[in-house]
Design a protein around this ligand. Structure first.
Ligand SMILES: NC(=O)c1ccc[n+]([C@@H]2O[C@H](COP(=O)([O-])OP(=O)(O)OC[C@H]3O[C@@H](n4cnc5c(N)ncnc54)[C@H](O)[C@@H]3O)[C@@H](O)[C@H]2O)c1
Length: 322
C-alpha cells in the first residue's frame, strides 16, 4: 500500500507539514488545501507538482488520497477531521484534536467504525530526547517517579482564539501522560490575563497522578526569553530536558536523598550529558503516521490519547474559571 497524502491548512505550521511530507513522500504528496489562496504560492515554491485547492471537497472526493493531515486553525479541526474520516481517509490532526472532548470521542468512534487511523500531532512524543527519557524511566534508572514539571515559556505568538493553556499546554500534558503512562487523579489550575481581556497569558496547572506522582506545568507567552524545560525527579536520580538549549539538551543527575539511620542523607554527583539520535520530530511523527496506516498499528498519539489530553485541558480550564 502506498500513502497518497493531502494536507489541509497551510499556515505557519501547515507549511512545515507540507515541506516535511514532500521530503518523505515526494510526488505522493498529492494535494494541499487552504481557504486562503495566498498559500498557493508558498506551496508551489516547494513543488509545482503539488495540486493546490481552496475546496476541501477536492480532497474528500479524491479516491486516490488515503491519508490527510489537518493543520488548519483549532476551531475547524472537528468538522474537517470528521468529513475526512467519513470520506474514508486516515487522519492526522494537529493539536488540539478538537475543542471539546465529546467531539474527540465522536472522531474516535468514526475511526474505529471505519477502521481508519486517527492520530494527533503531539509532536514532542516523537522527539528522540523524550523517547530516550522514557526508556530511562521505564528501565528504572531514576528509580520511582516522584515529581515532573514542565516550563514552556516565550515571548510568543499571542493568539486571540485561545489562551496559553490551550496553545502550549497540550504538549506538556501529553508528555506527562506518556512518561507516567497514566492520567491525573487531581487537577488544579490558576492563570492570569494581562494583554487581552479574559485570555490567559500565563497559567500554572498542578496535577497528581496515581502512585503519588505529582506534576506542574507553567506556560506563558509573556516571558522575556524562550525556555522549554522538562524536569523529571525519581528517588534514584533526575532527568532534565531543555529543548531551548543549543547543546547538552538532555542531562542525568544522580542526586537525591537516602534515609540513613532514620535521617535524610543527600547524595549528589556531576551531571552526565545523555546523547540521543538526531532526528527531526515532525518527520518522525509523519513517518509514524504512515507506518501505522501501512502496517495497521495503533499510533502512539492516537485519538484516545488525544481525548485524554483534552479532558485534562477542560478540567484545568474549568479550574481557571473558578
Ligand atoms: N504541533 C505543534 O508543535 C504545533 C505548532 C504550531 C501550531 N500547531 C497547530 O497547528 C494548527 C495550525 O496552526 P498555525 O500556527 O499554522 O495557524 P495559522 O493560522 O498560521 O494557519 C491556519 C491555516 O488554516 C487555514 N484554514 C482555516 N480554516 C480552513 C478550512 N476550513 N479549510 C482549509 N484551510 C483552512 C487558514 O487559512 C490558515 O492558512 C493549530 O491547530 C495549531 O495549534 C501545532
Amino acid at each position: 500500500m502506498k500513502i497518497k497524502l493531502a494536507v489541509i491548512g497551510c499556515g505557519k505550521w501547515g507549511l512545515n507539514h507540507v515541506r516535511t511530507a514532500y521530503k518523505i513522500l515526494g510526488k505522493n504528496l498529492i494535494s494541499v488545501c487552504d481557504t486562503d489562496t495566498s498559500a498557493q504560492e508558498k506551496v508551489q515554491r516547494i513543488s509545482e507538482k503539488i495540486k493546490f485547492t481552496n475546496n476541501i471537497r477536492d480532497i474528500t472526493d479524491n479516491s486516490e488520497v488515503n491519508a490527510v493531515i489537518v493543520s488548519s486553525s483549532a476551531e475547524t479541526h472537528f468538522d474537517i477531521a470528521k468529513e475526512c474520516l467519513l470520506a474514508g481517509k486516515n487522519v492526522l490532526v494537529e493539536k488540539p484534536i478538537t475543542l471539546l472532548s465529546k467531539e474527540a470521542v465522536e472522531l474516535v468512534r468514526i475511526s474505529v467504525e471505519k477502521n481508519l487511523k486517527l492520530m494527533v500531532g503531539h509532536v514532542l512524543l516523537y522527539h528522540p530526547a523524550l523517547l530516550t527519557m522514557k526508556e530511562k524511566i521505564d528501565s528504572g534508572e531514576i528509580g520511582k517517579l516522584q515529581y515532573i514539571y514542565s516550563n514552556r515559556l516565550n515571548l510568543g505568538t499571542i493568539r486571540s482564539e485561545e489562551n496559553i493553556l490551550w496553545s502550549f499546554a497540550p504538549h506538556d500534558i501529553s508528555i506527562i501522560q506518556f512518561l507516567t503512562g497514566s492520567v491525573p487523579e487531581y487537577i488544579g489550575a490558576k492563570g492570569a490575563a494581562f494583554v487581552q481581556q479574559n485570555i490567559e497569558d500565563t497559567t500554572l496547572t498542578y496535577m497528581k497522578y496515581p502512585g503519588n506522582v505529582h506534576a506542574h506545568i507553567f506556560v506563558s507567552w509573556l516571558h522575556p526569553f524562550k525556555e522549554q524545560r522538562l524536569v523529571v525527579i525519581g528517588d534514584k536520580g533526575m532527568l532534565v530536558f531543555e529543548d531551548s538549549l543549543k547543546t547538552e539538551k538532555l542531562k542525568y543527575y544522580k542526586k537525591g536523598f537516602n534515609i540513613v539511620n532514620g535521617e535524610p542523607e543527600k547524595f549528589e554527583s556531576e551531571y552526565e550529558v545523555i546523547t540521543f539520535p538526531e532526528k527531526a520530530p515532525l518527520e518522525e511523527e509523519q513517518m509514524h503516521f504512515f507506518d501505522c496506516i501501512i502496517n495497521d498499528k495503533t499510533p502512539r498519539t492516537d485519538g484516545v490519547h488525544a481525548k485524554e489530553v483534552l479532558e485534562v485541558l477542560e478540567t484545568a480550564q474549568s479550574r481557571l474559571n473558578e
